[in-house]
Ligand binder design. Structure first.
Ligand code: HEC
Ligand code: HEC
Length: 200
């Protein structure tokens, strides 16, 4: 891999982070005051009351590009550190492999980036302390292992039994539910919770 690629990624990343910072910073506007100089007013980035506001399409695009750039630089960092060993089994290159035994180490890094990270719309730091990839100190990482086992069971025991005469075997993956969100959202844009049946 060319040495210039990480630099390009780093530049893209810092530009994107800047845009993101601007997009999420509290909006300052001007209070039109008839009697004096205009006073700056700071509007909250979030509606009070603790309710989460679903992201607008453009805010989501900015977030996705920032996280994609962060993931690319995290993946490039790991790939550099294992250069020459990409095709060895993950468990012989990395320290704490439980679910990806037998797959090539380089492929594990791509799954992290384009499978896990992109499906959840997050960067590596959602599940890892950066550079301490082997630690299981974040709940999100252990949940991801649970999710992986769930997806395997869904595919093996259920989806594989769906009558399918259109050729390719259908499959469920992280994106099927998450669709770019850390927590899958329902039609109201919120994470789904057990709720009493309608009318109660
Ligand atoms: C949704 C959670 C999640 C995200 C996001 C994620 N990882 Fe992981 N990562 C895991 C899990 C789970 C494992 C353990 C895999 C196993 O047990 O086989 C792992 C393992 C690793 C390992 C092996 C560490 C070792 O020594 O055992 C590396 C390296 C790694 N991830 C890098 C990355 C990078 C780089 C990114 C971003 C591009 C990333 N991860 C994003 C969940 C995640
Ligand atoms: C069948 C649907 C489904 C699939 C497929 C699925 N997930 Fe999930 N995932 C969920 C639900 C539901 C939650 C709980 C969300 C909540 O708390 O609102 C969740 C939660 C998580 C969380 C915790 C998020 C948090 O904010 O703490 C992680 C991490 C995660 N999933 C990773 C994965 C990964 C990695 C895959 C693919 C291997 C995957 N999921 C596949 C439905 C799914």
């Amino acid at each position: 891999m060319s040495d210039r690629i990480p630099a390009v990624i780093a530049t893209a990343s810092s530009v994107a982070i800047l845009i993101y910072a601007c997009a999420t910073a509290p909006t300052t506007t001007t209070n039109p005051s008839p009697n004096g100089p205009a006073r700056p007013v700071t509007l909250p980035a979030q509606i009070p009351g603790g309710q989460r506001v679903p992201l607008t399409d453009s805010a989501r695009r900015v977030r996705d590009s920032v996280n994609a750039a962060r993931r690319d630089s995290g993946a490039a960092m790991v790939l550099r550190s294992i250069a020459g060993r990409e095709n060895q089994p993950a468990e012989s290159v990395f320290k704490n492999i439980k679910i990806f035994k037998g797959i090539p180490a380089g492929r594990l890094v791509n799954i992290m980036n384009l499978g896990f990270g992109r499906s959840l719309g997050v960067s590596c730091g959602f599940c890892h302390v950066i550079d301490k990839w082997d630690l299981d100190d974040k709940e999100e990482k252990t949940t991801a292992r649970l999710m992986f086992a769930m997806v395997q069971t869904i595919n093996k025991d259920y989806i594989s039994k769906v009558p399918n005469d259109r050729g390719e075997q259908p499959v469920v993956n992280c994106f099927t539910c998450h669709r770019g969100n850390p927590r899958p959202i329902g039609p109201d844009g919120q994470p789904q919770r057990v709720r009493p049946p309608a009318g109660e």
